[in-house]
Write a protein that binds this ligand. Structure first.
Ligand SMILES: NC(=O)c1ccc[n+]([C@@H]2O[C@H](COP(=O)([O-])OP(=O)(O)OC[C@H]3O[C@@H](n4cnc5c(N)ncnc54)[C@H](OP(=O)(O)O)[C@@H]3O)[C@@H](O)[C@H]2O)c1
Length: 122
């Protein structure tokens, strides 16, 4: 089955890795493929720079968020929760219509340090 995993952080990487191990065709989505592959620093959580991780997972494709939405028969959202709606709104309705979207995102606010609070209040 074709899965589109939106998000290149540790959650997206972990989900994509397991799905690929289960022989699914997985694409991981990002804002800009060239920029993401060019990252050379550990991220804020000390995860490997993306291109190093990608070298170890050559079976997982990397595309833009829009390409990933088009690829996936099932989609998983693993983007930063405070921008998830913004990201989803960049996609074509035709690429989302009728598809299941599994949402892992939390709208966390790290602006006051750790631990974060929720950025939306009911
Ligand atoms: N980390 C955990 O242990 C954990 C556990 C449960 C749930 N969650 C939730 O799962 C989600 C993913 O967490 P994560 O730690 O893997 O990654 P993250 O750092 O929260 O999000 C990374 C993804 O968000 C995208 N992004 C960030 N800012 C953006 C912006 N301004 N516009 C568009 N896209 C933007 C990044 O795009 P690029 O690829 O272009 O950089 C990247 O793909 C979060 O909502 C988090 O709350 C996390």
């Amino acid at each position: 089955m074709k899965f589109g995993v939106l998000g290149t952080g540790i959650v997206g990487r972990t989900l994509a890795t397991k799905l690929a191990e289960c022989n699914h065709e997985v694409m991981l989505g990002t804002r800009d493929v060239t920029t993401t592959l060019a990252r050379t620093q550990l991220d804020v959580w000390s995860n490997l720079p993306f291109h190093e991780w990608k070298e170890q997972h050559s079976e997982i494709q990397l595309g833009t968020f829009a390409q990933t939405a088009a690829h996936g028969e099932i989609l998983l959202n693993a983007t930063a929760g405070n921008v998830s709606l913004e990201v989803l709104q960049t996609m074509s309705i035709d690429d989302l219509n009728g598809k299941t979207l599994i949402d892992t995102a939390n709208p966390l606010d790290f602006s006051h340090g750790f631990p974060p609070s929720l950025s939306f209040h009911g």
